[in-house]
Design a protein around this ligand. Structure first.
Ligand SMILES: [Zn+2]
Length: 269
C-alpha cells in the first residue's frame, strides 16, 4: 500500500470549481450534488487527469492497476452517506483530522445552507476527501467508518504482506469497541484478505523471487505449473487455507482471472 500525497489541489480545484459554479443554483440538494457530477465531464477529467496519475493508476486499497475512469471510482474517505453534523464531526475528529481541515472540507448540508460559498468544499465534492478505488474495494468499503490508512505518511512501511500466505496486515489497525461486526479493522472491512487477493499476491511474490515473467505465461499449462508450486507452499504456511483458497488458485489458470492477476504487478516490483 502506498501513501497518497495530495499535491494536486490547484489542478483538481479548477475542475471542481467549474462544476460547482455551474450547478450551484437554488434547487440543488445534498443528495444530487455528487450524482450530477457523475453526468458532468469534469468527473472524468478529474479522475483521468488528476486522481489516477496521483495514485500511479492504482486502487488506493488493493493496488490493482486501472487504466482510466471507466475502471475507476471515486472513493469518499468521509462517506457520502454522512448527512448530519454529529456523524460528520465524529468521523472528522476520530479519523480525519490529521489529513483534512475545516478550510478544505465541510458537511455538504452546511455548504448548501451557506449558499454555496467555497472553500471549504462540501465533503462529497472535496478533492482532499477523494481517492481512487477499484469497484470491488469501493463496494466492500461501502459507507463503513475506516481509518484513512493511505493518508498515513509511513503506511508503506507499516503494512506487512506475508510472502507465503499473501495475507496483509497493519499492526496499527485498531479494533474499536468490542470487535463487533461493524467494528472490524479496516483491512477486514474492505475485504483485502479474500482468498483471491491472497493467492494473487503469493503468485507475484513467488514470480519475483524466481525471476518469472508472468506476462509471458500465455498457456494454461504454463500457468498451472507456477500456481501448483505457489499453492503447495501456501497450504503449508497458511492455516486458513481452505476450499475457497484452492478454488482461487484453480480459477487463476483461466484468462479472466489471470488477466486480473496481471493488474497486480505492484507486488512483483
Ligand atoms: Zn481495489
Amino acid at each position: 500500500m502506498e501513501h497518497i500525497d495530495k499535491k494536486s489541489e490547484h489542478e483538481a480545484n479548477d475542475i471542481i470549481d467549474a462544476y460547482l459554479n455551474l450547478v450551484c443554483l437554488p434547487g440543488i440538494s445534498e443528495r444530487t450534488i455528487y450524482d450530477d457530477f457523475t453526468a458532468n465531464d469534469g468527473k472524468h477529467k478529474l479522475i483521468d487527469n488528476v486522481l489516477l496519475p496521483e495514485q500511479e493508476y492504482r486502487c488506493c486499497y488493493c493496488m490493482m492497476k486501472m487504466g482510466n475512469c471507466r475502471e475507476a471510482s471515486i472513493e469518499h474517505v468521509i462517506p457520502q452517506s454522512i448527512r448530519n453534523k454529529g456523524d460528520f464531526l465524529q468521523y472528522f475528529n476520530t479519523r480525519a483530522k490529521n489529513y483534512l481541515n475545516y478550510e478544505n472540507v465541510c458537511l455538504t448540508s452546511d455548504f448548501i445552507k451557506g449558499r454555496f460559498v467555497f472553500p471549504p468544499y462540501p465533503h462529497v465534492m472535496s478533492y482532499y476527501n477523494f481517492s481512487i478505488a477499484c469497484t470491488d474495494c469501493n463496494n466492500h468499503r461501502g459507507s463503513q467508518y475506516i481509518e484513512p490508512l493511505f493518508f498515513y505518511p509511513d503506511i508503506k512501511n507499516e503494512i506487512q504482506y506475508n510472502e507465503k500466505t499473501g495475507e496483509m496486515n497493519w499492526s496499527a489497525d485498531p479494533v474499536l469497541n468490542n470487535g463487533s461486526s461493524v467494528d472490524l479493522p479496516t483491512i477486514e472491512k474492505v475485504e483485502l484478505n479474500t482468498p483471491l487477493l491472497k493467492a494473487i499476491r503469493c503468485v507475484w511474490f513467488y514470480a519475483k523471487s524466481h525471476k518469472i515473467d508472468l506476462g509471458k505465461l500465455k498457456q494454461v499449462d504454463e500457468r498451472y505449473e507456477i500456481l501448483y508450486q505457489v499453492a503447495g507452499e501456501a497450504i503449508v504456511a497458511d492455516c486458513h487455507f481452505n476450499d475457497e483458497t484452492l478454488k482461487a488458485y484453480l480459477n487463476l489458470q483461466t484468462d479472466k482471472y489471470w488477466n486480473k492477476l496481471l493488474k497486480y504487478d505492484y507486488f512483483g516490483i
